[in-house]
Design a protein. Structure first.
Length: 436
């Protein structure tokens, strides 16, 4: 790769080079009637489509571009546990009954992904060998110990790791300890997306790509969804566009700030290196404010992710820092080649939580995963389907809420950039204090 080349976060990705074939799809050019229209064919939209179609619902899915061109085809593919609030914090925020239902959904999210993979025979390189989260200092170690205690009543047995145990599971001695989650793992995210689309089509879902929605019109019996020279009419519309939400619905895009994540992948590592770096193919997160995350692909490439610039096209220089951070954790990587460079958007919300929001009767949005989109985005899709099938808010794991907007959303990228720099400085100062 030439250093002057602009890097497309989708076309240049490892996932695009190794994914399962996409099913044949076409743009929408006609008029159709169905029960539910889903806008966005990513993790959330396709999980919703699979569950609705499996229950006899007539579903149409609209994707503005090609399958997986958004976050679902660009992510790190880690199927990890958790939200940014602990179980006790979720119960305090939403009340005992609603909070506990939400915690149960969080606990189920990784297993939900792997169950969908098995149920529909998805060919997406699924590996469920667990997830290690490291602790750089005693503050994070204490947080992890609290999480272990808080998740235990919900049937999730997390494991505390001391320095030596973390070294044995990951191959790095950079940390004082950590935590192991046995139900987590990884998938090839673009294959997962394409394979879900294939399975949905086999269940009777009509899926249209390159079909951006231009207008939503409320009707007495539901909604009209306009797409170029085509339209769909349905009782219910689900908006599942996450970090690629535009101005179609006034104000919805202001509930999130899109942060860019960059990823890079090594050449296939030697057997010797694979035995010393993440030897059991666990996924791995360096727990700081600015997290660093690692996983293998099916060919033994180590994939590493970090925060990126405030734009969608990337430069070679945008990947220098993620490689430096990776080599600081695993010095053995200093002599390997880095074959792939890509990235995409992560949707950050004001309260750091995803949301389910009924914008108007029959118009429902589910999004805002704050970097946990593979597991939580997939689970949200199933929960949106449950809400449509039951028609009852009282059993929804996610409360139906009105998300807060970012007051200065137009300046969001500047605020994000400043926050990233501040968090990076705080991580650095804490590391200096830990070593002194």
């Amino acid at each position: 790769m030439t250093r002057s080349k602009l890097i497309d976060g989708f076309a240049d990705s490892l996932w695009n080079a190794t994914a399962s074939d996409a099913p044949a799809t076409e743009p929408l050019h006609e008029s159709h009637y169905c029960d539910v229209v889903i806008v966005g064919a990513g993790f959330t939209g396709l999980n919703a489509a699979l569950k609705l179609a499996s229950n006899g619902v007539d579903v149409c899915v609209l994707e503005a571009g090609e399958l997986g061109v958004g976050s679902s085809g660009r992510s790190g593919g880690q199927v990890n546990l958790g939200l940014n609030l602990s179980p006790n914090e979720l119960v305090a925020k939403f009340g005992t009954q609603q909070g506990e239902r939400l915690v149960e959904a969080v606990v189920d999210a990784p297993s939900h992904v792997f169950n969908v993979v098995r149920e529909h025979g998805l060919q997406c390189d699924a590996v469920q060998n667990g997830w290690v989260q490291s602790a750089t200092n005693h503050f994070y170690l204490q947080q992890q110990q609290k999480l272990i205690a808080e998740y235990a009543p919900f049937g999730l047995q997390l494991e505390a790791l001391d320095k030596n145990e973390l070294l044995a599971r990951t191959g790095t001695s950079n940390y004082i300890g950590g935590m192991f989650c046995p139900i987590a793992g990884s998938i090839q995210p673009l294959s997962y997306t394409r394979e879900m689309a294939r399975a949905a089509i086999e269940l009777g879902v009509q899926l249209f790509t390159n079909s951006a929605v231009t207008q939503l019109v409320k009707r007495s019996d539901g909604w009209r969804v306009d797409v170029g020279d085509g339209q769909l009419n349905a009782k219910t519309v689900l908006i599942c566009t996450n970090a690629y939400t535009d101005g179609l619905i006034p104000g919805l895009n202001k509930t999130m700030v899109p942060v860019r994540s960059v990823l890079t992948a090594t050449e296939p590592l030697s057997e010797e290196l694979r035995e010393s770096i993440l030897p059991n193919q666990v996924t791995f997160v360096d727990k700081r404010r600015m997290i660093l995350y690692f996983r293998y692909d099916r060919d033994g490439r180590l994939c590493v992710g970090d925060h990126g610039p405030s734009r969608d096209m990337f430069k070679f220089s945008d990947f220098i820092n993620v490689k430096k951070r990776a080599i600081a954790v695993f010095p053995e990587l200093s002599k390997v080649n880095w074959d792939y460079h890509w990235g995409g958007r992560v949707a950050m919300t004001k309260d750091t939580l995803p949301f389910m929001h009924e914008i108007a009767p029959g118009l429902i949005a589910g999004m805002g995963y704050n970097g946990r989109g593979v597991a939580m985005g997939s689970k949200m899709g199933a929960l949106l389907a449950d809400y449509v099938l039951s028609g009852s808010e009282s059993i929804s794991a996610f409360p139906i809420t009105r998300p807060n907007k970012f007051a200065l959303h137009m300046f969001g990228s500047l605020g994000v950039s400043a926050t990233v720099k501040w968090y990076t400085l705080r991580d650095y100062l804490e590391d200096i204090n830990r070593e002194s």
